[in-house]
Design a protein around this ligand. Structure first.
Ligand code: NAD
Length: 471
């Protein structure tokens, strides 16, 4: 029986391996992690991450051909294919701090594989890594002195949080990069055979190692760039009376552009977009490509601008101060259908409002109070132009409460900010909310989820990103 081991039981490792186990019943899949609490959660009824459809898949396979374990070395030793899906955050100190990827976790995983392996292994880069990382890993693995053949493959993951299971079951493409040697191509084939159990062959793309590594950074940079482009348009729409949703629709009808990923918002978030663009910027700079680096920097600057523009809009609309005013915040996750708050725009928006001494009542269906408090306290690395980068001050943190439902959050509030596109925010009883709020009652829709005409009819003063302002 083929054995697969995945190092890293996070947002990528867990769902990806669960789907491989589901689709390849004759393969034994074990996901390992150094975090005991994460592994315990994967083995319990309370999975460590929220992802629609995930629980079903895990329940079908766990204990049959899907296992979660902290015994990292044992499973690495036994595996034929080792996926490495550890975190690769932005470096916070030393050379390249604030831009380069921190490969500490990767390096320690690679050294452990080199120490433990006693038979040939295929090592798969599942984490997002800088282009040329495979070369470094090959050097580390070469220190294994037992004459073992290691083949490194790049197989970046393109799933999106919130739709991970759907994306894994029906991917647009699976990308596998390998060395062009006979052994390299043999390894590519072995991994291709795994995916071919459910992915149509024409969607499995094979490339050289460096193209595969770079494609992942490129894909995230293009996606983020699209958001910054439409957000740039949203500012212009507000200044001119155009409606960004109408503009997006018209632009997206062009088949060369297409309609997806053209929603204006308070800004992109998540653990990947900013980190991967920073990484790309660093790689460009290291290769002497300053102008290219500048181009990608602008995508992040625009995202920061969009968040501060939103905060400024809230404060200026509410008579130039939110000091002492209660603001309900609906949504804290970086997007709907996930509890992930890494790099969520809500952090910067909340810090901005707290900076002007607002009191916040935050509601999100999947985010815990602990997460919110931790996120608002955490400092963020100042890589270029700081906006709202300080942790919330000890006094302002007292002005944050977490509500159990949107109605409690909105009660007696002067303003309400919608920061995540959860479907439930479209269907709220806004009349009830209006009645319970202070007057005039403001709504600031950072995701364009509410019905503009309806809310204005109820009596709200409404600001929606990129839409004509209140008459
Ligand atoms: P994560 O932080 O949720 O999970 C990483 C896990 O690796 C953690 O549980 C950590 O304890 C574990 N780990 C670290 N070092 C280890 C070691 N030496 N041995 C065993 N376990 C170790 O991260 P994630 O969101 O799953 O992302 C993982 C990688 O995938 C990153 O490179 C990320 O950029 C990339 N990626 C993420 C997404 C996403 O949507 N989250 C999508 C595509 C790609």
């Amino acid at each position: 029986m083929m054995k697969i081991c995945c190092i890293g039981a996070g947002y990528v490792g867990g769902p990806t391996m669960a789907v491989i186990a589901l689709k390849c019943p004759s393969v034994e899949v074990t996901v390992v992690d150094i975090s005991i609490s994460r592994i315990n959660a994967w083995n319990s009824d309370q999975l460590p991450i929220y992802e629609p459809g995930l629980e079903d898949v895990v329940k079908q396979c766990r204990g049959k051909n899907l296992f979660f374990s902290t015994n990292v070395e044992k499973h690495v030793y036994e595996a034929d294919i080792i996926f490495v899906s550890v975190n690769t955050p932005t470096k916070t100190r030393g050379l390249g701090a604030g831009k380069a990827a921190d490969l500490t976790y990767w390096e320690s995983a690679a050294r452990m594989i080199a120490d433990v392996a006693k038979s040939d292994k295929i090592v798969v880069e599942k984490s997002t890594v800088p282009v040329k990382t495979a070369e470094a890993i090959e050097k580390i693995l070469a220190h294994n002195s037992k004459g073992i053949c290691f083949q490194i493959l790049s197989n970046p993951e393109f799933l999106a949080e919130g739709t991970a299971i759907q994306d894994l079951l029906n991917p647009d493409r699976v990308l596998i990069g390998g060395r062009e040697t006979p052994n390299g191509q043999k390894a590519v084939k072995a991994l291709k055979d795994v995916y071919a159990q459910w992915v149509p062959l024409e969607r499995i793309i094979t490339t050289n190692l460096w193209s595969a590594e770079l494609s992942k950074l490129a894909a995230n940079a293009f996606l983020a760039q699209r958001i910054s482009s439409v957000n740039a348009m949203s500012a212009l729409c507000e200044a001119t009376g155009a409606d960004v949703q109408e503009v997006s629709y018209a632009v997206g009808k062009d088949s060369r552009i297409g309609p997806k990923f053209l929603n204006a918002s308070v800004g992109f978030g998540g653990s990947c977009f900013q980190k991967d663009i920073l990484n790309l910027i660093y790689i460009c700079e290291c290769n002497g490509l300053k102008e290219v680096a500048c181009y990608w920097k602008q995508v992040i600057k625009l995202n920061d601008y969009q968040k501060s523009r939103f905060v400024n809009r809230v404060v200026s609309s509410m008579f130039n101060t939110v000091s002492g005013k209660k603001i309900a915040v609906l949504g804290f996750a970086f997007k709907k259908n996930t509890g992930d708050t890494r790099e969520t725009p809500a952090i910067d928006v909340c810090k901005g409002l707290l900076g002007d001494k607002a009191s916040l009542s935050i509601y999100d269906p999947q985010v815990t109070e602990d997460q919110i408090q931790r996120d608002l306290w955490m400092n963020k690395f100042d890589w270029d132009h700081p906006i709202h980068l300080q942790p919330a001050s000890p006094t302002s943190i007292k002005h944050v409460s977490v509500a159990w439902d949107p109605y409690q959050a909105a009660k007696d509030a002067h303003g309400l900010c919608i920061l995540t596109d959860w479907d439930e925010f479209k269907k709220l009883d806004y009349e009830k909310i209006y009645k319970s709020m202070q007057k005039p009652a403001f709504v600031f829709d950072g995701r364009n989820v509410v019905d503009v005409a309806r809310l204005r009819e109820i009596g709200f003063i409404l600001y929606s990103i990129g839409k004509p302002l209140d008459p």
